[in-house]
Design a protein around this ligand. Structure first.
Ligand SMILES: [Zn+2]
Length: 80
């Protein structure tokens, strides 16, 4: 009997300890959110090299282009 009571008391103490520990370790909003996160990634036109936002770029065959004309013209080749 004593052993069971001891085990139950131990369990209660352990649960209280865990609750207390959790209360002490509340997640604090300390993580600073970067406010200047880039909303647009810039990509380079494969034809003329101009930089354009990703959402405005035309993607074709793994390349990004600034305009349909340059997309049709294709990449300017290696280098510039
Ligand atoms: Zn271009």
């Amino acid at each position: 009997m004593n052993l069971i009571r001891l085990a139950i008391i131990g369990l209660i103490v352990w649960l209280l300890y865990r609750m207390f520990y959790r209360m002490l370790n509340k997640p604090k909003p300390q993580q600073k959110v970067k406010q200047q996160a880039p909303s647009h990634n810039m990509v380079k036109c494969a034809h003329c090299g101009i930089h354009i936002p990703t959402n405005e770029a035309l993607h074709h065959n793994g390349h990004d282009y600034c305009s349909p004309e340059h997309r049709d013209a294709g990449p300017s080749g290696p280098g510039e």
